[in-house]
Ligand binder design. Structure first.
Ligand SMILES: Cc1ncc(COP(=O)(O)O)c(C=O)c1O
Length: 398
């Protein structure tokens, strides 16, 4: 069988490639009784959701109707809860019927949006490096992809002014997000304001992917809903995966300009019937009764970050201080470059020889070349065990 050209262009995503390597390591380590896998490669946390969320979901599954298809009209209680949360959290009033849309995670929303906005061959802009669904959605929509490169010397923030007028004239959609994965920088509100204003001038849709809005360790996370003009061409994606540790439940939502949401709803009406009422009950409980939960997990991530950063700096591994929770973004050490290793080689050698899995930065785009991402998704003891494995390995090779 021959795949579609778009699937070939999509290629094998970094998380699928990582998965294969980790599975191979798991099998080999069982056979050789070597160290078990310490997986710090994926932003999938060990932390549990709030108990009251689990209770709401459990009760929901026992209620009649939760196993039925849930059409758009059935999501109204969820949309009302989301709109009330937005009002409390950002002081912005949104219409639950026109400006809120339930999603199967923010990944699903960002990946489907280009199908709703772009004709094939039209241009979308992403940051490089960026989260894989941003590029992936554009590829699935047969779009032309323009990239705004991020650089360490600019603190991994895009230089919006570097986009020429002719580039702006080609663009129809921008997908980006701060706090930023994988560079672990929070970013600033001024950046979003500038992007939104330029986009309005050139009539480009702005999609801001914001699953980490509650997970800034330093400063305040920016938010598109605070920018003037989002009601005309903006859409912002929120998620339960990170701040409430509900990643496997696959729930998120978008708030945005009514016509943009209407277009995305049109694509989704072909693809899914929304998450079950039981999961929506969990989302409602998180927004209404556990809106402070992210503050507690933030302190857990802060301790993890501080401990790991300190240990790695003691080892001689210098890095920018991550200002958001969950990730550390590490430059490929000089000794590895001298050996001719790429970030992929480094991650493969580290995994095969110590069992510690990191994600090579080039998996997030060319701009992530020579960087690695470590996810703080295990308890402090496990993170310290990972560092304890890295230290002798580092000394052996450097
Ligand atoms: C920037 C970004 N967007 C979206 C996602 C996926 O979020 P969700 O679980 O809501 O689909 C992630 C997960 O790591 C992410 O980092």
């Amino acid at each position: 069988m021959k795949n579609s050209r778009r699937l070939d262009r999509l290629g094998r995503g970094i998380f699928a490639r990582n998965d294969l390597r980790k599975e191979t390591y798991r099998c080999l380590s069982l056979r050789n009784s070597s160290a078990s896998l310490l997986d710090l490669s994926l932003g999938s946390t060990d932390l549990l959701p709030p108990p009251l969320v689990i209770e709401a979901i459990t009760n929901g599954f026992l209620s009649s109707g939760s196993s039925a298809y849930c059409l758009q009209a059935g999501t109204r209680p969820f949309r009302e809860a989301a709109s009330a949360w937005v009002q409390r959290r950002f002081g912005v009033n949104v219409d639950p019927d026109q400006e809120v849309l339930l999603l199967v995670g923010s990944q699903e929303g960002t990946a489907h949006l280009p199908l709703a906005i772009l004709n094939s061959g039209e241009t979308g802009l992403i940051l490089d490096p960026s989260y894989p669904s941003h590029r992936g959605g554009l590829v699935l929509a047969d779009a032309r992809i323009e990239k705004l490169m991020l650089r360490p010397e600019k603190n991994w923030e895009p230089d919006i002014k570097s986009l020429s007028k002719s580039k702006w004239d080609q663009l129809r959609l921008i997908i980006f997000g701060y706090p930023h994965n994988p560079t672990a920088q929070v970013g600033g509100q001024n950046l979003l304001d500038e992007m939104m204003q330029c986009a309005l001038k050139h009539q480009v849709v702005v999609a801001h992917d914001n699953p980490y809005v509650d997970l800034a360790l330093e400063g305040e996370a920016p938010c598109l809903l605070k920018c003037k003009g989002w009601r005309e061409l903006g859409i912002e994606f929120f998620s339960f995966s990170k701040a409430w540790s509900m990643g496997g439940f696959r729930m998120g939502f978008a708030i945005g300009a009514a016509p943009v949401l209407e277009a995305l709803r049109g694509v989704k009406s072909v693809v899914d019937f929304n998450q079950s009422l039981a999961l929506q009950a969990g989302g409602i409980a998180a927004l209404e009764k556990a809106s402070d939960w992210p503050l507690t997990i933030l302190e857990i991530y802060r301790e993890r970050r501080d401990r790991v950063v300190e240990s790695l700096i003691n080892l001689g591994w210098r890095m920018p201080t991550p200002s958001m929770a969950m990730y550390i973004w590490l430059p490929l050490p000089t000794w590895a470059k001298v050996k001719g290793w790429t970030d992929e080689d480094f991650a493969a050698a580290l995994l095969n020889q110590t069992g510690v899995a990191l994600t090579p930065g080039s998996g997030f785009g060319r701009g992530g070349k020579n960087w690695l991402r470590l996810a703080l998704v295990r308890p402090v003891d496990d993170l310290e065990a990972a560092v304890a494995r890295i230290v002798p390995w580092w000394h052996e090779h450097s």
